[in-house]
Design a protein around this ligand. Structure first.
Ligand code: ADP
Ligand code: MG
Length: 219
Protein backbone atom coordinates (compact mmCIF):
# COMPACT_ATOMS: atom_id res chain seq x y z
CA UNK A 1 0.00 0.00 0.00
CA UNK A 2 1.33 3.38 -0.99
CA UNK A 3 -0.42 6.28 0.72
CA UNK A 4 -0.08 9.80 -0.72
CA UNK A 5 -1.45 12.86 1.00
CA UNK A 6 -1.02 16.09 -0.92
CA UNK A 7 -1.57 19.58 0.45
CA UNK A 8 -4.37 18.43 2.71
CA UNK A 9 -6.34 21.20 4.40
CA UNK A 10 -9.13 20.76 6.92
CA UNK A 11 -11.56 23.14 8.63
CA UNK A 12 -14.48 22.56 10.95
CA UNK A 13 -17.56 24.71 11.30
CA UNK A 14 -20.49 25.44 8.98
CA UNK A 15 -18.53 28.08 7.11
CA UNK A 16 -15.14 26.53 7.64
CA UNK A 17 -14.36 29.05 10.36
CA UNK A 18 -12.38 26.63 12.56
CA UNK A 19 -9.10 25.80 10.82
CA UNK A 20 -7.39 22.58 11.89
CA UNK A 21 -4.40 22.16 9.55
CA UNK A 22 -3.26 23.04 6.04
CA UNK A 23 -0.50 22.07 3.60
CA UNK A 24 -0.15 18.54 4.99
CA UNK A 25 1.85 16.47 2.49
CA UNK A 26 3.22 13.02 3.24
CA UNK A 27 3.72 9.61 1.71
CA UNK A 28 3.78 6.18 3.32
CA UNK A 29 5.44 3.34 1.41
CA UNK A 30 4.37 -0.33 1.57
CA UNK A 31 5.37 -1.82 4.92
CA UNK A 32 6.68 1.50 6.21
CA UNK A 33 6.18 2.57 9.84
CA UNK A 34 5.53 6.30 10.24
CA UNK A 35 5.03 7.90 13.65
CA UNK A 36 3.18 11.22 13.98
CA UNK A 37 3.54 13.49 16.99
CA UNK A 38 2.05 16.90 17.72
CA UNK A 39 0.37 18.96 20.40
CA UNK A 40 -3.05 18.04 21.68
CA UNK A 41 -5.76 19.47 19.41
CA UNK A 42 -3.45 19.99 16.41
CA UNK A 43 -5.46 17.50 14.33
CA UNK A 44 -3.68 14.16 14.61
CA UNK A 45 -6.89 12.16 15.01
CA UNK A 46 -8.53 14.22 12.26
CA UNK A 47 -5.61 13.43 9.92
CA UNK A 48 -5.90 9.68 10.61
CA UNK A 49 -9.63 9.87 9.94
CA UNK A 50 -8.92 11.61 6.62
CA UNK A 51 -6.41 8.87 5.72
CA UNK A 52 -9.20 6.33 6.18
CA UNK A 53 -11.84 8.37 4.37
CA UNK A 54 -13.78 8.66 7.63
CA UNK A 55 -13.64 12.43 7.57
CA UNK A 56 -13.75 14.90 4.67
CA UNK A 57 -11.25 17.65 3.85
CA UNK A 58 -11.40 21.02 2.16
CA UNK A 59 -8.22 21.07 0.11
CA UNK A 60 -5.83 18.51 -1.29
CA UNK A 61 -6.09 14.79 -1.86
CA UNK A 62 -5.64 11.37 -0.32
CA UNK A 63 -4.75 8.42 -2.55
CA UNK A 64 -4.03 4.78 -1.74
CA UNK A 65 -2.30 2.82 -4.50
CA UNK A 66 -3.53 5.48 -6.88
CA UNK A 67 -7.16 5.26 -5.72
CA UNK A 68 -8.47 8.76 -5.05
CA UNK A 69 -10.26 8.26 -1.72
CA UNK A 70 -12.06 11.61 -1.92
CA UNK A 71 -13.66 10.57 -5.23
CA UNK A 72 -15.28 7.41 -3.81
CA UNK A 73 -18.92 7.55 -2.78
CA UNK A 74 -19.82 6.56 0.79
CA UNK A 75 -20.49 2.91 0.04
CA UNK A 76 -17.40 2.39 -2.11
CA UNK A 77 -15.28 4.13 0.50
CA UNK A 78 -16.69 1.93 3.30
CA UNK A 79 -16.00 -1.21 1.28
CA UNK A 80 -12.47 -0.09 0.47
CA UNK A 81 -11.84 0.75 4.14
CA UNK A 82 -13.14 -2.61 5.37
CA UNK A 83 -10.81 -4.42 3.01
CA UNK A 84 -7.66 -2.39 3.32
CA UNK A 85 -7.56 -0.56 6.66
CA UNK A 86 -7.29 -1.62 10.30
CA UNK A 87 -7.73 0.70 13.31
CA UNK A 88 -6.54 0.71 16.89
CA UNK A 89 -7.88 3.45 19.18
CA UNK A 90 -6.84 4.79 22.57
CA UNK A 91 -10.14 3.72 24.15
CA UNK A 92 -9.93 0.14 22.77
CA UNK A 93 -13.52 0.16 21.39
CA UNK A 94 -13.95 -3.55 22.06
CA UNK A 95 -17.68 -4.28 21.96
CA UNK A 96 -18.82 -5.27 25.47
CA UNK A 97 -21.64 -7.66 24.56
CA UNK A 98 -19.51 -9.75 22.20
CA UNK A 99 -16.93 -12.27 23.41
CA UNK A 100 -13.27 -11.93 22.46
CA UNK A 101 -13.47 -14.22 19.41
CA UNK A 102 -16.57 -12.42 18.13
CA UNK A 103 -14.82 -9.07 18.52
CA UNK A 104 -11.78 -10.30 16.59
CA UNK A 105 -14.06 -11.76 13.88
CA UNK A 106 -15.90 -8.48 13.26
CA UNK A 107 -13.85 -7.29 10.26
CA UNK A 108 -14.33 -10.69 8.57
CA UNK A 109 -18.09 -10.54 9.24
CA UNK A 110 -18.28 -7.03 7.79
CA UNK A 111 -16.61 -8.36 4.64
CA UNK A 112 -19.22 -11.10 4.42
CA UNK A 113 -16.66 -13.84 5.05
CA UNK A 114 -17.45 -16.97 7.00
CA UNK A 115 -16.26 -16.96 10.54
CA UNK A 116 -12.76 -18.44 10.38
CA UNK A 117 -12.18 -20.04 13.80
CA UNK A 118 -8.62 -21.05 12.93
CA UNK A 119 -7.58 -17.62 11.82
CA UNK A 120 -9.14 -16.01 14.90
CA UNK A 121 -7.42 -18.56 17.17
CA UNK A 122 -4.07 -17.87 15.45
CA UNK A 123 -4.54 -14.13 15.95
CA UNK A 124 -5.33 -14.65 19.64
CA UNK A 125 -2.19 -16.78 20.00
CA UNK A 126 -0.16 -14.10 18.23
CA UNK A 127 -1.30 -11.35 20.61
CA UNK A 128 -0.70 -13.45 23.70
CA UNK A 129 -4.31 -14.36 24.46
CA UNK A 130 -4.35 -18.09 23.63
CA UNK A 131 -7.62 -19.85 24.38
CA UNK A 132 -9.34 -16.66 25.53
CA UNK A 133 -11.88 -16.41 22.70
CA UNK A 134 -14.89 -17.15 24.89
CA UNK A 135 -14.05 -14.50 27.49
CA UNK A 136 -16.19 -11.37 27.74
CA UNK A 137 -14.40 -8.00 27.58
CA UNK A 138 -15.47 -7.06 31.12
CA UNK A 139 -13.25 -9.85 32.45
CA UNK A 140 -10.11 -8.46 30.73
CA UNK A 141 -7.52 -5.86 31.78
CA UNK A 142 -6.83 -2.76 29.71
CA UNK A 143 -3.70 -4.32 28.24
CA UNK A 144 -5.64 -7.46 27.28
CA UNK A 145 -8.43 -5.36 25.72
CA UNK A 146 -5.88 -3.56 23.55
CA UNK A 147 -4.43 -6.95 22.49
CA UNK A 148 -7.94 -7.93 21.38
CA UNK A 149 -8.17 -4.67 19.45
CA UNK A 150 -4.80 -5.35 17.75
CA UNK A 151 -5.94 -8.85 16.74
CA UNK A 152 -9.17 -7.37 15.37
CA UNK A 153 -7.30 -4.66 13.48
CA UNK A 154 -5.12 -7.20 11.63
CA UNK A 155 -7.34 -10.29 11.22
CA UNK A 156 -8.51 -9.30 7.73
CA UNK A 157 -4.91 -8.60 6.61
CA UNK A 158 -5.28 -4.89 5.90
CA UNK A 159 -2.51 -3.13 4.01
CA UNK A 160 -2.66 -0.07 6.30
CA UNK A 161 -2.93 0.01 10.08
CA UNK A 162 -3.88 3.32 11.71
CA UNK A 163 -3.21 3.53 15.46
CA UNK A 164 -4.34 6.62 17.40
CA UNK A 165 -2.50 6.89 20.74
CA UNK A 166 -3.05 3.15 21.27
CA UNK A 167 -1.24 3.00 24.61
CA UNK A 168 -2.54 6.27 26.04
CA UNK A 169 -4.81 4.48 28.52
CA UNK A 170 -2.25 1.93 29.73
CA UNK A 171 0.34 1.98 32.52
CA UNK A 172 3.94 2.37 31.24
CA UNK A 173 4.95 -1.29 31.57
CA UNK A 174 1.81 -2.58 29.85
CA UNK A 175 2.06 0.19 27.27
CA UNK A 176 5.58 -0.88 26.30
CA UNK A 177 4.50 -4.51 25.85
CA UNK A 178 1.42 -3.59 23.83
CA UNK A 179 3.43 -1.20 21.63
CA UNK A 180 5.99 -3.94 20.98
CA UNK A 181 3.19 -6.27 19.98
CA UNK A 182 1.50 -3.70 17.74
CA UNK A 183 4.73 -2.91 15.87
CA UNK A 184 5.81 -6.56 15.63
CA UNK A 185 2.45 -7.84 14.44
CA UNK A 186 2.09 -5.07 11.87
CA UNK A 187 5.55 -5.94 10.49
CA UNK A 188 4.70 -9.63 10.41
CA UNK A 189 1.58 -8.87 8.37
CA UNK A 190 3.58 -6.64 6.03
CA UNK A 191 1.16 -3.76 6.58
CA UNK A 192 2.09 -0.08 6.66
CA UNK A 193 1.68 1.51 10.09
CA UNK A 194 0.78 5.11 10.86
CA UNK A 195 1.06 5.60 14.59
CA UNK A 196 0.02 8.71 16.52
CA UNK A 197 1.74 8.60 19.87
CA UNK A 198 3.15 10.64 22.75
CA UNK A 199 5.59 7.84 23.49
CA UNK A 200 9.13 8.90 22.55
CA UNK A 201 10.41 5.33 22.71
CA UNK A 202 7.69 4.15 20.31
CA UNK A 203 8.27 7.09 17.97
CA UNK A 204 12.00 6.31 17.98
CA UNK A 205 11.27 2.85 16.56
CA UNK A 206 9.52 4.28 13.50
CA UNK A 207 11.14 4.41 10.06
CA UNK A 208 10.19 8.10 10.04
CA UNK A 209 8.99 10.52 12.69
CA UNK A 210 6.80 13.43 11.56
CA UNK A 211 5.62 16.48 13.52
CA UNK A 212 2.14 17.79 12.72
CA UNK A 213 1.49 21.52 13.13
CA UNK A 214 -1.33 23.80 12.00
CA UNK A 215 0.59 24.66 8.83
CA UNK A 216 2.09 21.40 7.76
CA UNK A 217 3.84 18.20 8.68
CA UNK A 218 7.60 17.79 8.73
CA UNK A 219 10.41 15.59 10.02
N1 ADP B 1 -16.34 16.98 14.91
C1 ADP B 1 -15.68 18.11 15.21
N2 ADP B 1 -16.29 19.31 15.09
C2 ADP B 1 -15.63 20.45 15.35
N3 ADP B 1 -14.35 20.51 15.74
C3 ADP B 1 -13.70 19.35 15.89
C4 ADP B 1 -14.32 18.09 15.62
N4 ADP B 1 -13.40 17.11 15.85
C5 ADP B 1 -12.27 17.74 16.23
N5 ADP B 1 -12.45 19.07 16.25
C6 ADP B 1 -11.42 20.08 16.58
O1 ADP B 1 -10.38 19.90 15.65
C7 ADP B 1 -9.12 20.07 16.28
C8 ADP B 1 -8.27 18.83 16.07
O2 ADP B 1 -8.81 17.73 16.82
P1 ADP B 1 -8.11 16.32 16.87
O3 ADP B 1 -7.91 15.83 15.50
O4 ADP B 1 -8.90 15.47 17.79
O5 ADP B 1 -6.69 16.68 17.51
P2 ADP B 1 -5.59 15.74 18.20
O6 ADP B 1 -5.94 14.32 17.86
O7 ADP B 1 -4.29 16.19 17.62
O8 ADP B 1 -5.64 16.03 19.66
C9 ADP B 1 -9.41 20.38 17.75
O9 ADP B 1 -9.36 21.77 17.91
C10 ADP B 1 -10.79 19.85 17.94
O10 ADP B 1 -11.46 20.57 18.95
MG1 MG C 1 -6.36 12.72 19.01
Amino acid sequence: MTLRISNLGKHYGKNGEVPVFENVTLGVEPGEFVAIVGESGVGKSTLLNCMAGLDSWDQGSVTHDGIDIGALDGEACALWRRRRVGFVFQAFHVLPHLDVAQNVSLPLMLLGQHRDEDRVARMLDAVGLPGMGARLPQTLSGGQLQRVAIARALVHRPSLLLADEPTGNLDPTTAAKVMELLIGQTREHGASLVLVTHSESAAARADRLLHLTANGIRA
